[in-house]
Design a binder for this molecule. Structure first.
Ligand code: DLL
Length: 442
């Protein structure tokens, strides 16, 4: 463990630390951020009303729209001269959401990522291949500072330029790798094309996140590279990567760095807390952030939490894998489905590569979905040489059937030739909404 004193702290002690920090944070935003002062006043509360951790429910929520409304620096709680770093989330539309850090925020971030790397099985003596994108996105630089804080050697390769990634993995012999699961799998695909065996690399552990992925994807990554794969979670609004991480010992839920981030799970409709173990929307409050403290940030991410003891010895609360974002959830004829659930099914089907896209299309007045899958080169050859049209239809029916049985949705299956679905260099795009376009059924 990187910080055993904190990571194995007794619950009462942790909760008292959290309360203390929550009170300080409430006071800080009330006094320094106009937006929160107004919100507190509207609710008729002051920071002094927070005398126990349960009182967090008295505080207002913060939403992504609040960041947009206060673009770019309106929610910062320190003078500009104290800000040493600015990041932003790419955002699919409009302006990015902007976040800031003081020197101390950067130090804390480095520490939580260092804890994360050790939880994943990393050591000070490691060489670490960092394939997260560097830039406004928090993935690259976030991991980078954590590796340095730990004292390991970071290779700041960033995302893309896959041939060069492969050369450096072979020459530098890193023990650890980080990147989005979809991109790191693309590296393996390229290696195989080059006649190299990804199982032969020096890699022993991988830190994957920034997008939803499934247990089946973990099995695929572990098998492909012969490494241990752990899930890392985070979001720029709260800090970046390192808000929580699985431990390599259990690989069973992500330990939240609770001394810095307070987690709640709410019902996104009623906004009331849900019971432990039940799925809901994750809500985070930063406990130590200086430049950009956030109160009850609604992440849109769906997961659950448990306070059961973990076999690694850490006492921190664990969150489940994130199933998906509320805004990525597809609703088809009244059935809700997350792309990661579809991924789970696809990974069980031989002859398909784990790269897919869901195209939402409009057929007449009905919304429907096409599941674009990609066949492996081997199956492609078979299709070209042996398989009859009837056999292909039968395969499509099988996929449709599996999908119906496990995800309860019916989708049209579209087979694509190898390489037809775009490869990601960062977060994969799984859902393409074509309902307002003329290019139905590309
Ligand atoms: O994705 C931070 C990050 C970088 C996390 C590298 C992990 C590794 P944003 O670009 O602000 O920050 O996007 C945050 O990505 O609200 C989730 O919807 C999703 N996300 C992040 N980690 C996971 C994960 C970074 N492990 C948004 N599983 C979050 C599922 C994830 N979704």
């Amino acid at each position: 463990m990187y910080n055993p004193q904190i990571e194995t702290m007794a619950r009462p002690e942790m909760e008292s630390l959290q309360l203390n920090r929550l009170q300080t944070t409430a006071k800080k935003v009330y006094e320094n951020v106009e937006f929160y002062k107004k919100k507190f006043e509207e609710l008729g509360i002051t920071p002094e009303d927070i005398t126990s951790l349960d009182h967090i429910v008295k505080l207002p929520f913060t939403k992504k729209q609040d960041l947009r409304d206060n673009y770019p620096f309106g929610l910062f709680a320190v003078p500009q001269e104290d800000v040493v770093r600015i990041h932003g989330s790419s955002g699919t539309s409009g302006k990015p959401t902007v976040v800031g850090y003081t020197k101390n925020d950067i130090k804390v971030w480095g520490e939580v990522v260092a804890r994360s790397i050790v939880a994943a099985g990393g050591k000070k003596s490691d060489i670490f291949h960092n394939a997260y994108g560097y830039g406004l996105f928090t993935g690259g630089i976030g991991l980078h500072y954590g590796v340095e804080e730990l004292g390991a050697a970071v290779v700041p390769i960033s995302g893309g330029n896959t041939d060069r990634q492969i050369t450096l993995i072979q020459d530098f012999k890193p023990r650890g790798i980080a990147g989005t699961p979809s991109y790191v799998l693309n590296i393996a695909e390229k290696m195989v094309e080059m006649g190299l065996d990804p199982r032969e690399t020096s890699l022993e552990y991988g830190i994957f996140g920034a997008e939803p992925w499934s247990e089946e994807m973990r099995a695929k990554l572990e098998e492909t590279f012969n490494l241990k794969a752990v899930d890392i979670y985070g979001l720029s609004e709260i800090m970046g990567p390192g808000v929580s991480i699985e431990c390599h010992e259990a690989q069973d839920g992500l330990h939240v760095q609770e001394d810095h981030f307070f987690i709640e799970v709410i019902d996104p409709e009623t906004l009331q807390p849900v019971a432990e173990g039940e799925d809901g929307e994750l809500v985070f409050t930063s406990l130590t952030k200086e430049a950009f403290p956030v109160i009850r940030y609604r992440t849109g991410d769906i997961a659950s939490i448990t306070r059961e003891k973990c076999k690694c010895g850490r006492t921190t609360v664990r969150m489940s894998r994130v199933k998906g974002r509320t805004d990525d959830m597809i609703i088809l004829r009244g059935v809700n489905v997350f792309p990661s659930e579809i991924e789970r099914v696809l990974l069980q089907i031989e002859g398909l590569v784990p790269n897919y896209q869901i195209h939402l299309v409009r057929k007449g007045s009905m919304d429907s979905a096409e599941l674009h899958v990609e066949v492996s080169s081997q199956l492609y050859q078979e299709i070209a040489e042996d398989l009859t049209h009837a056999q292909i239809q039968k395969m499509k029916k099988q996929i449709q059937h599996l999908m119906k049985n496990t995800c309860l949705v019916t989708m049209d299956i579209v087979f694509n030739i190898p390489k037809a679905i775009p490869r990601s260099e960062g977060k994969a795009i799984r859902v393409v909404d074509l309902r307002n376009s003329n290019t139905v059924g590309v």
